[in-house]
Design a protein around this ligand. Structure first.
Ligand SMILES: C[S@@+](CC[C@H](N)C(=O)[O-])C[C@H]1O[C@@H](n2cnc3c(N)ncnc32)[C@H](O)[C@@H]1O
Length: 488
């Protein structure tokens, strides 16, 4: 009897609640079912089988591939207690939240009373708060974030296997799968033909991508892009993460970071050990990967520049020299805000060539002089504002001082310098920047610094830090900050 009751509840959960088979309800649910809890019935209410399924129908519409796992069942007398989790992908609107493509799970404990072989009474406690947290969770997670409340073991497993997810993003972007799917749903054979990939390998990649929420698969084997996967398409101007996914999973970044332990033990970057040369020389020898990294920097810079420009007024400057300015995204934003100003973009010669084209495409060819060179040697003179964004963190203190002193030599007294970086917190606290700090060590012999450490470097190079302007709109937890200094 007790086992029969548990089996009846299992059928109810799997066939009716998760799969939505209406005919099962007629068989299993009493005509006068009494509900005692749940969002649609906060007071005890008598409902029929049809109404009993309403909340679940809403969940199935929002979480298309909804499925159930029963963890525990305890039966006593005519009651069965069940602890279960529904999981699915957020593909449809749920209580006003547009589809996020996230994999979510909903934990429920319920008690069901059975009379005459049918479900007669129902109490339930659903962790709606946990579901909301999952739908709204944002943050600097490189790997899929562990579900709230996941066990320590599960959380650490997700961290350990984070690189699986990184390379799934990289391969999805590199093969242009997101772009193909942006045109509409497609099957594995169609995508294999479009990408010249092995159909078996591609199928595995797509299902892994579905598991981390980049795509979804329907019952007919067609894959569709989720909002997460859409971030890997190339069609979003400078803002797409496609190039970031490719550049960060390509050998230049991937191989040195794979030797992180060596970097920590020896206190030295591992680029030469892993690539045979430092990162910048590696990019010069592998121009396609170097160009991809430059485009990735532009994607990140688009977000950072918007945050910086929203908080920092640089319209009083007439000639702005962006040192290590890559494709000139920030410089273009500064010049858009100050239509009578002109600019100089200074970067390695092979990067400068790409920047020239990018700035011309933005109609700035007449206002920006693009100069190729080595900032460890010299920096172009003549600016009333020099900008160093994401440059000093690439270098150790000795080289960073060398760059700052070269800027000092190029500038007149009273000239401004804006160092734009994400500072480390000055007191112990978790920060995305601690992860960046390790990356800088493993790849570049660079380092992240606190505001006090930047102030000290600036002072050693002959600059006085005048003010620091934190941004308020930066993405993925990166605390972009403008450190405005004046040459003494
Ligand atoms: C991390 S990126 C930052 C780019 C840009 N400022 C931004 O925020 O998007 C560092 C830049 O420094 C440039 N760079 C590296 N070594 C250089 C050198 N010796 N001389 C001039 N530029 C250099 C790189 O080409 C790259 O564009």
């Amino acid at each position: 009897m007790l086992e029969d009751n548990k089996a009846l509840v299992r059928r109810f959960v799997h066939d009716f609640q998760a799969a939505g088979k209406a005919e099962v309800a007629d068989e299993l649910v009493a005509a006068h079912l009494t509900h005692h809890s749940g969002p649609a019935w906060t007071r005890a209410a008598t409902v029929g089988a049809e109404q009993a399924g309403q909340v679940m129908a809403g969940l199935r519409a929002a979480f298309g591939d909804l499925h159930a796992v029963i963890h525990d069942q305890i039966a006593e007398g005519d009651k069965v207690v069940t602890r279960k989790t529904f999981s699915g992908t957020h593909r449809g609107e749920f209580s006003g939240v547009a589809p996020t493509g996230k994999q979510v799970s909903i934990d429920i404990i319920d008690i069901i009373r059975i009379a005459n072989g049918q479900i007669a009474e129902h109490w339930n406690a659903t962790d709606w708060t946990g579901l909301w947290q999952q739908l709204q969770a944002t943050g600097p997670g490189l790997a899929p974030l562990p579900a709230p409340g996941a066990s320590p073991r599960d959380q650490v497993m997700q961290m350990i296997t984070g690189y699986w997810a990184s390379q799934v993003c990289g391969a999805t972007a590199r093969l242009g799968l997101a772009d193909h799917l942006a045109g509409g749903p497609a099957t594995i054979p169609e995508l294999a033909a479009a990408t010249s990939a092995d159909p078996d390998g591609l199928g595995r990649l797509l299902r892994a991508a579905a598991t981390i929420g980049l795509v979804t698969e329907d019952d007919s084997g067609r894959f569709s892009l989720t909002p997460l996967g859409a971030e890997l398409t190339g069609g979003q101007g400078g803002g797409s993460l496609r190039e970031v996914a490719i550049a960060l999973t390509a050998p230049g970044h991937w191989l040195p970071y794979g030797q992180l332990t060596g970097a920590v033990v020896y206190g030295e970057p591992q680029a030469t050990a892993a690539l045979g040369t430092d990162l910048w020389a590696y990019y010069a020898r592998h121009p396609e990967e170097g160009a991809c990294f430059a485009r990735a920097m532009s994607s990140i810079s688009a977000e950072a520049s918007a945050a910086v420009l929203a908080c920092w007024d640089a319209t009083r400057f007439r000639r702005i020299v962006d040192v290590g300015g890559s494709q000139g995204l920030l410089l273009a934003g500064l010049l858009d805000a100050a239509p009578s100003a002109t600019g100089v973009l200074f970067d390695r010669p092979e990067v400068a060539d790409g920047a020239r084209a990018a700035l011309a495409a933005r109609g700035l060819a007449g206002r920006v002089e693009v100069i190729g060179g080595d900032f460890l040697d010299r920096v172009p003179p003549g600016g009333d504002l020099y900008v160093l964004k994401s440059v000093l963190h690439d270098w150790d203190d000795r080289r960073a001082l060398q760059i700052l002193r070269n800027v000092y030599r190029a500038a007149r007294p009273g000239t401004s310098l804006a160092v734009i970086e994400g500072p480390l917190p000055s007191s112990p606290s978790p920060s995305w920047m601690h992860l960046m700090n390790l990356l800088m060590l493993a790849e570049l012999n660079g380092r992240e610094r606190t505001i006090e450490e930047y102030a000290s470097l600036l002072s050693q190079a002959g600059y006085r830090l005048e003010r620091t302007i934190p941004t308020t709109e930066a993405g993925w937890g990166y605390p972009w900050t403008v450190l405005e200094a004046v040459r003494q």
